[in-house]
Design a protein around this ligand. Structure first.
Ligand code: SF4
Ligand code: SF4
Length: 312
């Protein structure tokens, strides 16, 4: 066990010593790129730092999960790093690189602004389509890699869920209830956007916190998500986020995802008890459709029979 933990620490150290210098080297190059005035094209948007840095984090997550190397401590360390890189780097003095790391458009805006443009009779800017396609590709490759390994709001909620409170207070809401609320919100959004032109999500979009202007609504939305997150795993993702809904639909096409080796499983249900999400029972039953899996690796780590794997 000790040897395994040392291996995890070495793996994390290796990852950070590769990624951090890469980011530091890339920052001045991006700073020099300032001054481009024309709107970037579809593929040029993938050269924005937050897109390719996000892809690197998803790749790291994919490799760690496929090697069954994600431990509880490693995951917590990664959550802190994800929040720092995708939530805070944008306000550091790193010039164009920092601007390219800003949460703009936010995951929620990526899903909602196109409908507002359509309602206004205007062309949808390519940035929304390009970012949505990049998230879709990551999801099709490896489950909710984007939500689990590159979203700062997801990361900080998951980190808050680690705050120890009585087990009786940690609630797993039935997925049909949380998903119905998420779908109803999106339908209401569509009705409102095509009648009034406004987005209901603008009233509770915690990603707007990363504008760092400390406006009341985003601060309140983030605080509610974090307090609820102590008791419920990723409440904003399961109950509200339209990008979470989008990636949940696409999860059904994912090439790599958590799978159970039936002949190794002793049906001890340790994975169900120790995992924070509502997805594990459906995975054990081999259902194709299942609740969102945020690729946290917990069920894989706790299985005493090594019956769960993140694989094709
Ligand atoms: S912990 Fe492993 S052996 Fe036990 S039910 Fe889950 S997959 Fe099966
Ligand atoms: S099924 Fe749940 S516990 Fe397992 S990796 Fe996905 S989110 Fe984590």
């Amino acid at each position: 066990m000790q040897g395994n933990q040392n291996l995890q620490v070495r793996l994390l150290a290796k990852t950070l010593t590769t990624v951090v210098p890469f980011l530091l080297l890339a920052a001045p190059l991006w700073a020099q790129g300032a001054g481009a005035r024309r709107p970037p094209g579809f593929l040029e948007i993938w050269l924005l730092p937050r897109v390719w840095v996000g892809a690197i984090f998803c790749l790291i997550g994919l490799v760690l999960l496929m090697r069954s190397s994600v431990t509880r401590n490693l995951r917590l360390a990664m959550l802190v790093v994800i929040f720092f890189v995708f939530g805070i780097v944008s306000i550091l003095p790193l010039g164009q690189f920092a601007r390219g790391m800003s949460v703009h458009p936010s995951p929620i805006c990526t899903m909602t602004r196109p409908f507002q443009f359509m309602n206004a009779g205007r062309a949808v800017p390519v940035v929304f389509i390009s970012i949505a396609v990049s998230v879709a590709l990551l999801t099709i490759v490896g489950n909710k890699l984007f939500c689990g390994w590159a979203c700062p709001i997801g990361a900080i909620q998951e980190a808050f869920h680690r705050i120890p409170v009585s087990k009786r207070l940690k609630v797993k809401l039935p997925f049909w209830i949380t998903n119905s609320i998420r779908v109803i919100l999106f339908v209401v959004f569509l009705v409102v956007v095509f009648s009034l032109g406004t987005s209901i999500y603008d009233y509770f979009n915690p990603f707007h916190f990363f504008h760092w202007s400390f406006e009341l609504l985003p601060v309140a939305a983030l605080l509610v998500a974090l307090v609820a997150g102590v008791f419920i795993f990723r409440p904003f993702c399961y109950l509200v986020c339209p990008l979470g809904l989008f990636t949940w639909v696409l999860e059904h096409l994912s090439l790599v995802r958590v799978k159970v080796k039936k002949d190794a499983c002793t049906e001890c249900n340790v994975c169900i008890k120790k995992s924070p999400c509502p997805a594990v029972p459906a995975i054990l039953e081999g259902r194709r459709s299942r609740p969102d899996c945020h690729a946290c690796g917990r069920c894989i780590e706790v299985c005493p029979e090594d019956a769960l794997h993140f694989r094709v």
